[in-house]
Design a protein around this ligand. Structure first.
Ligand code: SF4
Ligand code: SF4
Length: 99
């Protein structure tokens, strides 16, 4: 007689929704009126250091990184704790954080 093996259906853990962080470059960064080097409030406010500031990438030019045009990117979005401090401190309302 074969032994009966009961298989238990394991519940899949609920997936945590991915956090989407967006910076409007028309307000801050390469195309914006604010040069992030003069502000950097979001960088200072973010405890897990999600953002990086770097020269803007422009594929139109041979030298893709223009040292005169800087921008902010949410490089490590998975570290975001959804505290919304960056949204609160941004003087241009350039940042949106959604999940
Ligand atoms: S919501 Fe908080 S943790 Fe997330 S990017 Fe903004 S400041 Fe950083
Ligand atoms: S706080 Fe806003 S304006 Fe200041 S650097 Fe960050 S995104 Fe730009």
């Amino acid at each position: 007689m074969g032994s009966k093996v009961k298989t238990k259906m394991l519940k899949k853990p609920a997936k945590k929704k991915k956090t989407k962080i967006h910076i409007d470059s028309a307000l801050c960064g390469a195309d914006g009126k604010i040069d992030p080097r003069d502000c950097a409030k979001c960088l200072k406010a973010c405890d897990p250091a999600v953002f990086i500031m770097h020269p803007a990438l422009d594929l139109k030019f041979k030298d893709k990184y223009d040292p005169q045009r800087w921008t902010i990117s949410p490089q490590w979005g998975s570290l975001c704790t959804r505290c919304l401090k960056c949204v609160e401190v941004c003087p241009e309302n350039a940042i949106t954080v959604k999940w």
